[in-house]
Design a protein around this ligand. Structure first.
Ligand code: COA
Length: 271
């Protein structure tokens, strides 16, 4: 049997790919379980600094597998349904709070349940040719698995409502305009652009990256005062793991004058 998830590591970047191209990479229980295993295996590896999630073939992911995730699970009863949900939601949650920065590289179709991992990735880059849709309304359910929350959080209320109610697709360019993804480029340039962004992240202090990505997500639900306090505590916690890094960053700028923080990162290899 072919692995539903494949990956390779190249110069600090873990390229993880949905691998059911013949089923447009829709997520069945086997894929969800293997994805969790792969994420666990890669999370604390020294040779991985950034994780990119993409899809084999013409799809990023056609969402949940209507046959194996919904129909065949439902006939087994509520316990099986809850188990399948916890397996998929589980790896999306792991990805939302992943140790390393993550990038969704949306190479093609992205539907419904695919919005879970899309949102879970810190950054998202799409091919102009990619197609996004909340297709749930077309087959008679509401956009679950967090998909409604994703569009309500990322899009304007009008765009989110139109997208969810009509089930119409948008292409990568529109997804970038709506801020569902950071950017859209022609498919032929997508991997190069994502590699370029990943390389920028690889230059940064990894403890600061994790603290920053968590902070951006956490403060959204806080009052200003709570956020101010959280950010003080989060930096102090980061200092516990890496007190040398920021001091070296100050030293290289103030004493050594070898770089300018406004223009790029300090040389972390000398910390
Ligand atoms: N669940 C189950 N099977 C799916 C699937 C899904 N979400 N998406 C695709 N497949 C299967 C098809 O049934 C087909 O299987 P078969 O070869 O055994 O007949 C195979 O994948 C290829 O799909 P096909 O529809 O022929 O490919 P396409 O390139 O013409 O169209 C899509 C691609 C993505 C537009 C179309 O497959 C589709 O609409 N998928 C469902 C999307 C969806 O609603 N997802 C939301 C789920 S929450």
């Amino acid at each position: 049997m072919t692995d539903p998830v494949i990956h390779d590591i190249d110069n600090g970047i873990a390229w993880v790919r949905f691998n059911r191209p013949e089923k447009r990479n829709c997520m069945n229980p086997a894929l969800n379980r293997q994805m969790m295993d792969v994420l666990r295996e890669l999370e604390f590896r020294e040779d991985v600094g950034v994780l990119v999630l993409s899809g084999e073939g013409t799809a990023w992911s056609a969402g949940m597998d209507l046959k194996e995730y919904f129909r065949e699970t439902e006939v087994q009863g509520l316990g099986a349904v809850r188990k399948a949900q916890s397996e998929s939601y589980g790896w999306w949650r792991k990805l939302r709070w992943y140790q390393k920065p993550t990038i969704a590289m949306v190479n093609g179709w992205c539907f419904g349940g695919g919005y879970g991992p899309l949102f879970a990735c810190d950054l998202a880059f799409a091919a102009d040719e990619a197609q996004f849709g909340l297709s749930e309304i077309n087959w008679g359910i509401l956009p679950g698995g967090g998909a409604t929350k994703v569009v309500a959080d990322l899009l304007s209320m009008r765009d989110a409502m139109y997208h969810a109610l009509t089930g119409e697709m948008i292409d990568g360019r529109k997804a970038a305009e709506w801020k569902l993804v950071n950017e859209s480029v022609p498919l032929a340039q997508l991997r190069d652009r994502v590699t370029e962004v990943a390389r920028v992240l690889l230059q940064k202090n990894p403890v600061a990256l994790k603290a920053t990505k968590d902070a951006v997500r956490r403060v959204q639900e806080m009052t200003y005062d709570n956020a101010e306090d959280y950010l003080v505590r989060a930096q102090e916690a980061a200092n516990f793991y890496d007190d040398g890094g920021r001091k070296e960053g100050i030293r290289q700028f103030i004493d050594e004058k070898t770089y300018k923080p406004g223009l790029g990162a300090y040389d972390k290899t000398r910390a």
